[in-house]
Design a protein around this ligand. Structure first.
Ligand code: IVH
Length: 704
């Protein structure tokens, strides 16, 4: 299904422009026509089809632009402008229900200043000197439902529709386990009975965990691609014509208000008490609702909450602030389509859509090939993003991402941006499949891919990119510790032909370095001094710095205990290595394979010849930079393997654990981080990315 985005370029926005005659107004008028057309179309995709082509924040930006034009030039407002009505998500296939009270929407604020000016307006309009009190609740990102109880029994469930008329989805709502079919759920509960006619509003959502599990299940059935986003899945589920399908979707409802109750019923008079009452009746209510009678405390809470948004087990796009007193809320009335007594404070968006314009492939030290998406630049979570990781070619295939696709990308917390998936509905047919390379993009050697494995590898141990990364690794802090030699320096030396491998570093001289750009006397002397010092690293460090897969500090120490020189280690047989307690068969095999490569053997010879310490039982005193810290690694990091990261952490006195608990100090998350990341957010464990880890490896943990 490919509805083309409407082309509005031929439309002319006429009347008001002719009236004023000003070129500026004419331009604004044209823009307004264009924006209205776009908004109408995107609203239809979002609300009716549950298949949006752009992110909510992009929609909001278009809407806000139109709203600003119309506010500045009221003469441009048209009766059918999207600003003039509550959006509609009516679905023609479903029967209709007229709401007892219209379902309005919320005015938005994006900053503290906007919250304050809303409060000022409220004070002015209500003409009160009394202190205001507020209830703050999460702004759920799901689908609004309106549920009617007659004599305590659920009799009707509807969507918001256009605010006045909604779709009748009673059968579907009945399948949602958190929606009570009868209230109070506990007939003996000591709560005031709801009146004969009682209408509750809430939001149907899918919890993050449930959504993951659902995607997993759909993946098993080969039908994962359509379920990219929890909100749209929830909305699609609720509008099914067959409630049996709805019942297989992990929907949850959170109640957030009473829309109608028979007159004279004795119900709570404030929003906070209302939520408590709903909970007592048996509805699910958010744990994160707070009551404030002080503006400053509330603003502080809202600011703090932003950094905790990932801790919630469902997606929110902001917080809703409501004047707590129902009486005051009512008396404040409605402005346009928004009640004046409530405000949605929106967080900066983390998900946006953009076009995937190409794919580059990064080559890692081990030869691993990581696809990287080149994007049309977009601004998300405070940064302009041009690239996002595609993780691995298995993922690309599973998600069916193609070049030319509009894709959703996410930048959550401190985690590097990644491609969530393509927006299938935006396909034109011109997209190109992304295939795993058959040759290394750098050295053009054949690619290796073992059946059943996720990753593809460059087969050439001498690949220039792999060599460069190996040398960077060798020089890294906690390994050979060659201070002042980072990624840039290594590449400069390689490009100038001054080195070909790690051992060549020790043959550098002042004469050779002088020719390089940026190398002044002090820098040269420092580097030479650091290289001299690196020759005397303890043997376990030397073994680790070779970069043998799976050989971190623990394994390196075990190996040299039994084979206390590089010569002896190189001569060890598979049986001998396998016999070392604590060294498994697969690690033993990797060690054998590594030494069997001509490049490795040559390197060992050259290191010995260069005077690097390659003998002795001396092990490094543990660096204590990360002592006392426990790390959990998850997902794919942009430049390091998880083994490398673990080795560096251990070399600096940190511990690496396989599972997240309250004792975990940091979760290092890369692309496609899974349940460990969820667990971390659930427990409030700090999450960092590869750069965050590198910062810790340089500066230690400032918190300890
Ligand atoms: S109160 C006058 N409270 O946000 C409308 N709405 O723009 C009163 N929403 O579609 C709404 N969480 O479904 C309210 N805690 C919350 C909410 C919430 C999400 C949705 C609501 C509506 C939209 C309003």
């Amino acid at each position: 299904m490919t509805d083309p985005v409407p082309d509005t370029s031929t439309e002319t926005a006429d009347l008001s422009a002719q009236l004023t005659g000003s070129a500026e107004v004419e331009a604004l008028s044209k823009r307004a026509v264009d924006l209205r057309e776009q908004l109408r179309y995107h609203n239809y995709r979002y609300s009716v089809l549950s298949e949006p082509l752009i992110s909510d924040s992009e929609y909001d930006a278009l809407f806000d632009e139109l709203d600003a034009i119309e506010k500045a030039h009221p003469e441009l407002v048209t009766p059918d402008s999207p600003t003039q009505r509550v959006g509609s998500d009516l679905d023609e296939r479903l029967p209709k229900v007229t709401h007892l009270a219209p379902t309005l929407s919320l005015a938005k604020a994006y900053s503290e200043a906007e919250i304050r000016s809303w409060v000022d307006r409220v004070l002015k309009v209500s003409d009160t000197t009394a202190k205001l009190s507020y209830t703050v609740e999460p702004k759920f990102d799901g689908l609004t439902v309106v549920i009617t109880y007659t004599d305590g029994v659920l009799t009707l469930g509807a969507t918001r529709g256009d605010g006045f008329v909604g779709d009748d989805v009673t059968a579907n709502i009945r399948t949602v386990r958190t929606v009570p079919l009868r209230i109070p759920i506990d007939p003996n509960a000591a709560v005031p009975k709801p009146p004969a006619k009682f209408v509750v509003r809430g939001e149907v959502i899918i919890h993050k965990q449930d959504f993951k599990a659902f995607q997993e299940k759909m993946r098993g059935e080969g039908d994962e691609v359509r379920y990219v986003n929890a909100r749209n899945t929830a909305s699609g589920a609720l509008k099914q014509l067959d409630a049996r399908i709805t019942s297989t979707r992990p929907l949850t409802m959170y109640a957030f208000g009473i829309v109608y109750a028979d007159p004279d019923s004795d119900l709570p008079r404030g929003q906070y008490a209302t939520l408590q009452y709903l909970e007592a009746l048996g509805f699910r209510v958010s744990r994160d609702i707070r009551y404030f009678d002080d503006l400053e405390t509330m603003i502080k809470y809202i600011k703090d909450f932003e950094s905790r948004r990932h801790d919630l087990d469902f997606e929110i796009d902001g917080l809703v602030i409501k004047i707590d007193s129902h009486q005051m809320y009512e008396s404040l009335g409605v402005v346009g389509k928004n009640p004046r007594g409530a405000l949605a404070y929106k967080f900066p968006p983390e998900e946006v859509s953009t076009k995937l314009i190409g794919v580059t492939v990064n080559v890692g030290r081990t030869g691993v090939l990581i696809p990287n998406a080149e994007l049309e630049p977009v601004f998300v979570s405070g940064a302009t993003i041009r690239q996002a990781t595609l993780n691995n070619f298995d993922d690309v295939k599973r998600k069916d991402v193609r070049i030319g696709d509009r894709v959703m990308i996410k930048r959550a917390g401190e985690v590097i941006p990644f491609v969530i998936g393509p927006i299938l509905a935006a396909r034109t047919g011109d997209e190109q499949e992304i295939l795993p390379p058959t040759e290394c993009p750098v050295c053009h050697s054949p690619v290796i891919h073992k059946e059943g494995e996720v990753h593809y590898f460059c087969s050439n141990p001498e690949c220039p990119e792999r060599v460069a990364r190996s040398i960077e690794y060798f020089a890294a802090r906690g390994l050979m510790d060659i201070d002042g030699l980072g990624s840039k320096g290594v590449r400069q030396l390689l490009d100038a032909g001054l080195i070909k491998d790690e051992a060549d570093l020790f043959a550098l001289t002042a004469d050779k370095l002088e020719s390089l750009e940026g190398y002044a006397e002090t820098k040269i002397q420092n580097l030479l001094k650091n290289l001299e010092a690196a020759k005397h690293r303890p043997l376990d460090r030397v073994v680790m710095s070779l970069g043998i897969p799976g050989v971190g500090s623990t394994v390196a120490r075990l190996l040299i205990k039994y084979f206390p020189s590089l010569e002896k280690l190189r001569a060890a047989t598979l049986e001998q290595l396998d016999a070392i307690p604590g060294v498994g068969e697969s690690t033993a095999q990797t060690v054998i394979d590594w030494f069997a490569q001509p490049r490795s053997s040559r390197l060992v010879d050259k290191l010995i010849a260069a005077g690097v310490q390659t003998e002795g039982e001396e092990v490094a005193p543990q660096s204590t930079l990360l002592a006392g810290l426990t790390f959990v690694l998850t997902g794919t990091l942009p430049t390091m393997t998880r083994d490398d990261a673990a080795a560096l952490i251990e070399a600096n006195g940190g511990k690496v654990s396989g599972s997240v608990s309250k004792k975990t100090s940091y979760v290092v998350a890369g692309e496609s981080a899974g349940s460990k990341l969820d667990k971390a957010t659930e427990l409030g464990v700090k999450v960092i990315d590869e750069d965050g880890l590198k910062a810790l490896l340089t500066n230690g943990d400032s918190a300890t």
